[in-house]
Design a protein around this ligand. Sequence first.
Ligand code: NAD
Length: 285
Amino acid sequence: MSALIIDGKKIAAGVTERLKNLVSNLPAGEIPGLAVVHVGDDPASAVYVRQKERASREIGIRSYVHKLPESATQDELLRLIDKLNKSAEIDGILVQLPLPGSIDAEKVIAAVLPEKDADGFHPANVGKLWMGDETVEPCTPKGIMALLDSTGVDMSGMEAVVIGRSNIVGKPISAMLLSRHCSVTICHSRTKNLPEVSRRADILVAAIGKPNFVTGGMIKSRAIVIDVGINRVNGKLAGDVEFETASRKASWITPVPGGVGPMTIAMLMSNTIQLAGLIHSERGE
Ligand code: NAD
């Protein structure tokens, strides 16, 4: 039997539509503002920044892109963040990563006010996430939770395996699955017997950055499979999961493209509106 597809494009469009309606009913003085800080010339970052601007326009929130050259110093960047922290027009601040090597990214992330941290990367917000307190959740894992919720499956008590331990995906999605009462195992490049561990998963999240790494043989029959990977193979996008073999084992699966990717930007918009005090932490489900 072939897996049902979790259609991230459609679910993200639904979230966007709802946020757009919410913003269209606001008086002009209450329209949320998002500042996107983009340092340097990384071409992928330029694409992401443009996508964020486009999404802001579509929803009707104000977006301010601050472009600094590759040569910008850490002090210049920190001064800009300080200005944005103090600006009444700005509800959310996002610093596009990666930053040039001369800049200490951790210091920059920590300089953003936690109350304006649109990415949910500030240590105070990360701490709250692990404590199970309401906070601003990082966009990609927040999108993944919305995708999981869209299946209608009760996650409580399920065995979840996350492959990848990055601060932007692997660790936060593990905290969020834990807060939904899953038993969570976090795997990484040094995990021994990975296929044995991954075959235990009722929910398997692959955030590795290696094309087609997770094959059908690594998946438990009827598992829900979330493919976070975005890899380029011969000019085409490929996930971390080998879709063809995996979809024969899974009950639900996200495609690449059209799965997790579209949710990330929708959740950034949701976070900005949340930081403006207009909604609680919501996943659009
Ligand atoms: P990362 O490079 O920071 O982390 C990769 C993780 O994979 C590491 O924790 C590493 O231990 C683990 N890993 C590497 N090789 C492994 C192996 N052989 N076995 C087990 N684990 C292994 O990556 P990231 O930033 O978390 O991103 C992961 C993937 O998700 C990338 O393809 C990235 O492009 C994609 N991504 C997509 C979105 C989206 O919006 N869809 C957002 C963020 C990241």
